[in-house]
Design a protein around this ligand. Structure first.
Ligand SMILES: [Zn+2]
Length: 309
């Protein structure tokens, strides 16, 4: 597929000034080879307003937004595009209050729902697993820290973290909510996110012992009293503290655990593209996902919103 995206704010503003420009862009993404009727496969169509395409053979009517995150929206697409542009190109996350102000949306709830939808577009199916040298650990959000390294009970949210180490630099990242810091969950997390044959470094937590049996070379760094944990697993600890800072900065620490995975996904998306030179390319990737991912039904989002307050 041709990589077609605005390169900066000025290009974006010039290009997506009208609904038609947005519809044309969605058309390109959905039917890069040209329109094809989803029912009969016919290639010719008539158009009507608001992105509706009528098959000239079987009269089946299709919308360019059906099955996308824009499905059923009553808001102009130019607002959605602007939201997606801000979401994907800014260095830091944007929260619902900021998005509401930015777009002049009537309600906080709308902004909140839009952000939830956009976050679901940050995970790409079939993305390649981490490889090489990878650090794995867990961290906690909320709750009271107690017990050895906080692995005991009493924590609101547990998150597994894996990050590639390339010498002193950090590579790609994965974050996932876990129920327990058990071997079962931590090994499953590693298998889902790290290629076999990789070199995994962890601390001495017993749950990681099974990694060797799963085709990884595993190094458990048991910290001596002289050195703290931060000095032996620098990569994951750096990422963890950066993430916590974002949570405090953007969401003022108010983060509902039910939606934590979506925030983690968004953070991973930003982190893994921190060195991408073209901001427009991030927009393009999210937009590609926006037209192909299964949209969260509006009712469910409103229900979730009720639960988030
Ligand atoms: Zn047809």
């Amino acid at each position: 597929m041709n990589e077609d995206f605005p390169k900066n704010d000025v290009e974006f503003d010039c290009r997506f000034r009208t609904e038609q420009a947005c519809l044309d862009y969605l058309f390109q993404l959905r039917w890069p080879e040209g329109f094809r009727c989803s029912r009969c496969g016919h290639l010719h169509y008539w158009t009507s307003s608001r992105g509706l395409f009528l098959c000239q053979q079987c009269r089946h009517q299709q919308s360019v937004t059906a099955g996308t995150i824009f499905h059923g929206t009553r808001k102009p697409l130019i607002l959605w595009f602007k939201a997606l542009w801000w979401f994907s190109t800014r260095k830091a996350s944007v929260n619902a209050t900021a998005l509401q102000e930015l777009l002049g949306l009537g309600s906080y709830q709308t902004a909140w729902c839009w952000l939830q939808k956009l976050r679901t577009c940050t995970v790409f199916p079939g993305r390649s697993k981490l490889s090489g040298t990878v650090e794995v650990d867990e961290f906690y959000l909320g709750g009271v820290h107690s017990g050895q390294r906080g692995r005991g009970a009493g924590h609101k949210c547990k998150v597994a973290v894996a990050v590639e180490r390339q010498g002193r630099k950090l590579g790609r990242l994965r974050l996932q909510v876990i129920e327990q810091c058990s071997g079962e969950e931590l090994i499953a997390f590693s298998k889902a996110n790290i290629s076999t044959g990789s070199h995994i470094t962890t601390d001495g937590w017993f749950a990681y012992r099974g990694l060797q049996c799963e085709g990884y070379s595993h190094k458990a760094v048991v910290q001596s009293k002289a050195e703290n944990k931060e000095s032996v697993l620098q990569g994951v600890h750096l990422v963890t503290s950066l993430f916590k800072r974002v949570i405090l900065g953007t969401f003022h620490g108010r983060l509902d655990s039910k939606y934590l995975q979506r925030y983690l996904d968004e953070y991973v998306f930003r982190f893994n593209r921190r060195t991408t030179k073209s901001i427009g390319k991030r927009f393009w990737r999210i937009m590609q996902q926006a037209v192909t991912s299964t949209p969260i039904p509006k009712d469910r989002l409103i229900q979730e919103f009720g639960g988030a307050k």
